[in-house]
Design a protein around this ligand. Structure first.
Ligand code: PRP
Length: 216
């Protein structure tokens, strides 16, 4: 029998949707639905082992080969540029990277713009493309607070429903990028497990196409 396929899933609702798609593709592992605190589940019959990891860590597991494949947000792939193959847009976890500011914000181009963000590289690239000088303030979460307290002028952050912005009196002033979840693979392991990974990716693509047809 060939080796197990090791899959890093992002813990949370997105990961549960992803697992349901993998299950449909023939990589089922019923024990994963048990309500417990285990983080690793395997089904030797289907040749698959799943791990629940923090969504922002999926790419690290895959890049280092601890997982053969995984599902990571395009935001993480752009920010950290891990050396992995990006095989498929899962068209899940859709949101956007945007610049937001307090209502009525007016940019003063005579001084660097103070930008608070978790996504330093994405923000630097975006403002470099506009030729705008910035002063980056790296935060790890609750970014929306920064302009309210005068720590920054604007934020660069993920906007999904827009609720967090509204509730903190901020609004989107520029769109940076659309974001969605991507299937990624470790480059070396892909060669050895190509058959399984390709079969899985084909089935996922089929499921995505069917989903799009139903919606349209
Ligand atoms: C993300 C993001 C926003 C929020 C946007 O934060 O940083 O704060 O979700 O979602 P919404 O548009 O649907 O309101 P996350 O929940 O990941 O937590 P964080 O504050 O730790 O970044």
């Amino acid at each position: 029998m060939s080796e197990m396929l090791n899959v890093a899933l992002p813990k949370g609702r997105l990961g549960e949707k992803v697992y349901a798609m993998f299950e449909k593709a023939g990589f089922e592992c019923p024990s994963i639905r048990e309500n417990n605190r285990k983080l690793i589940f395997e089904n030797p019959e289907a040749g698959v082992r799943y791990f629940w990891v923090k969504p922002s860590d999926v790419a690290i597991y895959v890049e280092r080969g601890a997982a053969d494949i995984g599902v990571a947000g395009k935001d993480i792939l752009l920010e950290y540029a891990p050396d992995v193959y990006e095989l498929l847009d899962m068209e899940l976890g859709k949101c956007r990277m945007a610049v937001a500011a307090p209502k009525g914000f007016c940019d003063n181009s005579r001084r660097p713009l103070k930008v608070a963000t978790k996504f330093e590289n994405i923000a630097k690239r975006y403002y470099a493309s506009l030729g705008r000088d910035i002063d980056i303030i790296h935060l790890n979460g609750s970014i929306e607070i920064a302009p309210i307290l005068g720590l920054s002028d604007v934020i660069v952050d993920i906007v999904e429903t827009g609720k967090t912005l509204v509730e903190n009196d901020l609004c989107v002033i520029e769109e940076v990028l659309p974001i969605s979840a991507r299937l990624i693979a470790n480059k070396a392991n892909f060669k050895f497990k190509q058959r399984d990974i390709r079969a899985l990716a084909d089935s996922l693509q089929q499921q995505i196409n069917n989903r799009t047809e139903v919606q349209s």
